[in-house]
Write a protein that binds this ligand. Structure first.
Ligand SMILES: Cc1cc2nc3c(=O)[nH]c(=O)nc-3n(C[C@H](O)[C@H](O)[C@H](O)COP(=O)(O)O)c2cc1C
Length: 195
């Protein structure tokens, strides 16, 4: 069993990365292997709708190839994004578009467990909308999506900062929702629906 975390911040050791690692710490408590992909610094070209992926493999030779492979192999995927204009970062959206090859290749993400995390500088900065973009993406891949419990509902929602890349670690309210997402994805992967 493996759960993959994908971080969509272009910044190193960012609020989003730290939040993702908090969620993955919950995964480790269930003795499930974790892996992290940091999209910052990766070379991911835009999908050009060339349609060559109709047979399942994307012809573009860049870092997306390895990431798509990791997504295919994972049992669960947690996508964490900084909130940019009340939505996911461009890095996340560009990767999402490239995963069309996984749909066309035979719904390769079907029934994987998914969770969303969004970090913004404001408490109500559009993180719910960003989470919904991730959730819609996962629905179109026929993944099974977990909610947060009692608090943020749509996913792990944290308050970070433009200037302080560790600010999210002081947002205890947000951290609880982020832990909930990690724990729920892990439990669903490990025990199935009845837990
Ligand atoms: C282009 C851009 C757009 C942003 N838009 C929003 C926004 O709509 N809502 C918000 O709360 N914060 C917004 N922010 C602030 C970031 O979400 C915030 O600084 C977050 O902590 C960045 O995550 P990181 O530390 O993981 O890079 C924006 C930042 C940038 C650079």
């Amino acid at each position: 069993m493996k759960i993959l975390g994908i971080c969509g911040s272009p910044r190193d050791k960012s609020n989003t990365e730290l939040a993702l690692r908090v969620a993955l710490d919950e995964v480790k408590k269930e003795s499930i292997e974790t892996d992290v992909v940091l999209l910052g610094g990766k070379k991911i070209e835009q999908c050009t709708h060339c349609n060559l992926c109709a047979d399942g493999s994307c012809p573009v030779d860049d870092d997306a190839k390895e990431i798509l492979q990791k997504m295919t192999e994972a049992d669960g995927i947690i996508i964490a994004t900084p909130t940019y204009f009340a939505d996911v970062s461009g890095l996340i959206k560009t990767l999402m578009d490239r995963t069309v090859a996984l749909r066309r290749g035979g719904m390769l993400l079907k029934n994987k467990i998914g969770g969303a995390i969004a970090i913004g500088a404001s408490r109500n900065g559009g993180q719910e909308h960003a989470c919904m973009t991730i959730i819609r993406f996962m629905l179109l891949h026929e993944m099974i999506i977990v909610s947060d419990e009692k608090t943020a509902h749509f996913g792990g929602i944290g308050v970070g900062s433009s200037k302080n890349k560790e600010a999210v670690l002081t947002d205890e309210t947000g951290l609880q929702t982020i832990r909930n997402i990690g724990a729920k994805v892990a439990k669903l992967v490990k025990y199935g629906i009845k837990n």
